[in-house]
Design a protein around this ligand. Structure first.
Ligand code: NAP
Length: 287
């Protein structure tokens, strides 16, 4: 089984290198710039293709690893060509898109899929060495989808199959965990700056607290990792926070505090340790 890549960027090259080190036969790379294809082919003992049609002919599974905005354009070029796609598996690696973007390829007989690694790729060498720790989600359908599952099993990649119509929500969840965590911590830093800390000091103050919290989440689960005034039922503390937040005139801080406060209250309710009267008072304060 031969694997080809269209788009010799960070993900295509890292994944190609990972597979190559696991003994998988890489046919090669085709890319917008031939020099990019040459570089990635050099790293993976494979071939640089000037014409993606030749790469497709030589490959059983083709990963389209261009940036998201170009995936459809590349797919449309392939579907409008004279290539026979019956036994080909064509797969992209975007989290935001699902395999329905390949509808025309499917109509031409290809098995279409998306395989998303929940992992951040910044450096090719490092990412290819770390990929065994990543978790992938596979979505798609077609007669030859098992070519991908076999590839993943053979290379001991952790993966889970998800339904096509769930893919976007899956990606939104990853955005909350990663991007919004950054925005949330940035809000916390802004508030510390407001009370007089500089950014460096604010970050060093938060670091042990945040790292401990994250460790607890992964060790004990989110429910048991929860601490703080809402989980203790300290209504006065929440009231005083809200009063001071109102006086800052920063609507964002107030909204974040209230919205996530209500989510925290749901978790506290589920724990069942706080009196219902107190939970109701907290809810009134946060709404
Ligand atoms: N980066 C991440 O952390 C990450 C994580 C999970 C999933 N993904 C997904 O992985 C995919 C690739 O992302 P990336 O980070 O690897 O992007 P990237 O580093 O920007 O690489 C994309 C490559 O696509 C090539 N390209 C662009 N348009 C093309 C076209 N029309 N035909 C052929 N090649 C073309 C470019 O090649 P040239 O160099 O030749 O111009 C570029 O090197 C995306 O779908 C992304 O959503 C990324």
């Amino acid at each position: 089984m031969k694997i080809g890549f269209i788009g010799a960027g960070k993900v295509g090259t890292s994944f190609g290198l990972f597979l190559n080190k696991k003994g998988i036969d890489i046919s090669g790379f085709s890319s917008r710039k031939y020099s990019s294809a040459e570089y990635s082919a050099g790293l993976t003992n494979s071939k640089a293709y000037r014409d993606k049609k030749d790469l497709i002919k030589d490959s059983d599974i083709i990963f389209i690893t261009t940036n998201d905005d170009c995936i459809k354009k590349v797919a449309d070029e392939i579907s409008s060509s004279d290539l026979i796609l019956d036994k080909k598996v064509i797969c992209h690696m975007s989290g935001a898109l699902d395999s329905t973007i390949f509808i025309k390829l499917k109509e031409k007989g290809a098995t279409t899929a998306s395989l998303h690694p929940m992992y951040s790729f910044s450096n090719v060498e490092q990412s290819s060495k770390q990929l065994h720790n990543a978790n992938f989600s596979l979505e798609g359908n077609g007669e030859y989808l098992e070519k991908i599952t076999r590839l993943l099993e053979k290379t001991s990649i952790n993966f889970q199959q998800i339904e096509t119509d769930k893919k976007t929500l899956y990606h939104a969840s990853a955005c909350i965990a990663s991007n919004y965590l950054v925005s949330l911590l940035n809000t916390s830093v802004d508030m510390l700056k407001y009370v007089g800390f500089d950014e460096k000091k604010a970050l060093s103050m938060l670091k042990p607290l945040v790292i401990q919290t994250i460790n607890d989440i992964f060790e004990f689960g989110p429910q048991d990792a929860l601490t703080g005034p809402i989980s203790r039922g300290d209504v006065d503390t929440v009231y005083r926070h809200l009063e001071k937040l109102k006086k800052t005139d920063n609507k964002n801080w107030m909204e974040i505090y209230q919205l996530l406060g209500l989510r925290t209250l749901d978790m506290t309710k589920n724990k069942g340790k706080i009196d219902e009267n107190i939970l109701n008072k907290l809810e009134r304060e946060l709404k």
